[in-house]
Design a protein around this ligand. Sequence first.
Ligand code: 3SL
Length: 253
Amino acid sequence: MKMNEALSIKIDACFSPHLYPVYKDQESIVVIIDILRATSAICTAFEHGAHKVIPVATVAEARDYKEKGFKVGAERDGIMVDGFDFGNSPFSYMGDQVKDQTIVITTTNGTQAVEAAKEAYKVVIGSFINITALCDWLIAEKRPVLLLCSGWKNKFNLEDALFAGAVTEALTQKTEQFKCGDACLALKYLYQMAKQDPVKFLKHSSHKERLAKLNLKKDIKYCLTPDLSSIIPVLENGALVRLPVKSYLESAS
Ligand code: 3SL
């Protein structure tokens, strides 16, 4: 399906993987969002040369991969699970650790969202780190978009909502082709209140406080930094790979 007229392409936001069945359809590109920190970590791994990232929902699946010799990241409740190679800090997914590697990852919320949406028309990974490349590509695709917030244990969270609002604002500012559902319209207004100082806006958010207690302020700052990468990870046959540069450039032109 390709659509061209103004305000003809649907964009909406879903506040948690639990709500995904209510929003899902056969047409939409689903953008997985877990700003603190899974989708930021995944984008970082690709920016630092990772070949593939295999997202899995359970620690048991992650362990199976570990036993087969893969490098595996596993996080639950913000903490690295014992016996794995990485937790969920984007700073672990840098340099030689990830270059040219296939990495497996399981996290409390982000990889659950990927699991929920895996049958969608297309699943891509969004973070502030790749926001401009992602938005430019979404505009060029001319497809309905569903912004799937991973939330926290199926509840709403502020940082994923903020990013969904930022994407909605960028898409609706750059083109008139998108018609917003109420959820993403609400998040666009939220982002407009927050955008002068997103870090301050998130000051009392539950997950920011949770990570700050774990001494992860550096991670928070990094995950809110825009445009450190122009790579868009896309799900193909159960693994995240880079969206081919050629198809991105062709659709952008
Ligand atoms: O739930 C997730 O996917 C994580 O991003 C949570 S945490 O940032 O590692 O606590």
